[in-house]
Write a protein that binds this ligand. Structure first.
Ligand SMILES: [Zn+2]
Ligand SMILES: [Zn+2]
Ligand SMILES: [Zn+2]
Ligand SMILES: [Zn+2]
Length: 268
């Protein structure tokens, strides 16, 4: 468990941050509570819930799923066709993802969480069947029975259902994987979109970018306007191509040779 909702919302970047900064001059440590509370705030606004009234338990019960709109999908090949495979998060996993794994924003040190909801009924939603599910790194969160003999994921779910009894056990709430095992993927679900499937609108840009990695460069229109994707989506600044590239270099510290269309900037 990393941070409770009330903690995340109460946090005002004071003593803890100064303390963290003096102990560890690691900007991710320092940025943690701010990033986490920004992600919580964003998720509550997606769900149209009040930041002052919503509780962590309530969010757990709602069981909504989220996909990060900043992170490019992994490409998987299935039946010799490419799939865009997105990680799908519970709200807790989404907050943790935004804190420590959301590469685009971490790299550029900005805080602008963007998630979209995934439906639990989406036929493209697939359970994670990674090797970690079969390893004995899992334990119950309601009792200490496994702490000296960890079990696999299937066993811990069966235990929670029969011993506590909880009909639909959830990771982080009812059971967890040993964080020191370091093998747990960040989420238990993936959204796998076969090529040609219409992605959710918020993910369209990421899928298009994946499907056209070697699009021959069209002759550049010198008047084409671009906007920086690393700045907040509310930013109204527009640039020509060289302008957006030097902005990203100067403001976000990404050298031009590492910048990618759709990841760092988009046509305005
Ligand atoms: Zn803080
Ligand atoms: Zn992300
Ligand atoms: Zn138990
Ligand atoms: Zn920017």
């Amino acid at each position: 468990m990393f941070i409770s909702l009330p903690e995340a919302l109460r946090h005002r970047c004071e003593s803890t941050c100064l303390y963290a900064r003096s102990l560890k001059p690691d900007r991710f440590e320092f940025a943690y509570p701010t990033r986490a509370s920004a992600a919580v705030g964003h998720i509550l606004s997606l769900l149209k819930l009040s930041p002052t009234a919503a509780t962590a338990t309530e969010l757990d019960k709602l069981g909504h799923l989220f996909v990060c709109c900043k992170c490019a999908p992994r490409v998987r090949i299935k039946d010799s066709k490419p799939l865009a495979s997105f990680e799908v998060f519970t709200w807790r996993e989404a907050v943790l993802h935004y804190y420590k794994d959301c590469i685009a924003d971490l790299r550029s040190d900005i805080i602008d969480p963007q998630f979209t909801r995934a439906s639990p009924l989406d036929p493209n939603l697939q359970g994670d069947d990674s090797p970690a599910a079969h390893k004995n790194i899992w334990s119950c969160l309601h009792c200490a029975i496994h702490l000296h003999s960890w079990v696999n994921r299937h066993e811990v779910i069966a235990h929670v259902k029969s011993a506590h009894p909880i009909a639909d056990p959830a990771e982080y709430v009812d059971f967890f994987a040993d964080p020191l095992a370091g093998e747990r993927p960040a989420s238990q679900w993936r959204l796998c979109l076969p090529q040609g499937t219409e992605p959710p609108p918020a993910l369209r840009g990421l899928v298009v970018a994946m499907n056209q990695p070697v699009k021959p460069a069209a002759p550049a229109d010198p008047k084409q306007q671009f906007r920086c994707k690393l700045c907040s989506s509310w930013s109204t600044r527009r640039f020509i191509l060289v302008g957006v590239q030097s902005h990203i270099r100067d403001v976000h510290n990404v050298p031009p040779q590492s910048q990618r269309a759709n990841e760092h900037f988009v046509e305005a």
